[in-house]
Ligand binder design. Structure first.
Ligand SMILES: [Zn+2]
Length: 92
């Protein structure tokens, strides 16, 4: 398969799971084909794949099945947040 970006042979397809939105609107899409080029090292989604993702998002009620899933939120320590706010203030 040829790469869309560098036009050389050597594209592999990886199936990935991606999530869109958050909270009540969280939608998980499995088996999204991601093209990875061995030649130029880029990873990208084809136009058809992006189109299909948009279609799934639009019609999530008919495409998606509800499954109990573990969702973990990354928690940032409060002092780290404060440090960021502080350094942003200093830079401004
Ligand atoms: Zn390439």
């Amino acid at each position: 398969m040829k790469c869309d970006l560098c036009n050389e042979e050597g594209v592999h397809i990886h199936l990935m799971t991606r999530s869109y939105g958050k909270g009540e609107n969280l939608l998980v899409i499995e088996n999204i084909p991601v093209m990875t080029c061995q030649h130029c090292g880029e990873s990208y989604l084809t136009a058809e794949t992006l189109h299909e993702i948009e279609r799934i998002k639009l019609h999530r009620q008919s495409f998606a099945i509800t499954r109990p899933v573990a969702v973990a939120g990354f928690s940032i320590p409060h002092d780290a947040l404060n440090r960021n706010i502080h350094s942003n203030t200093l830079q401004a």
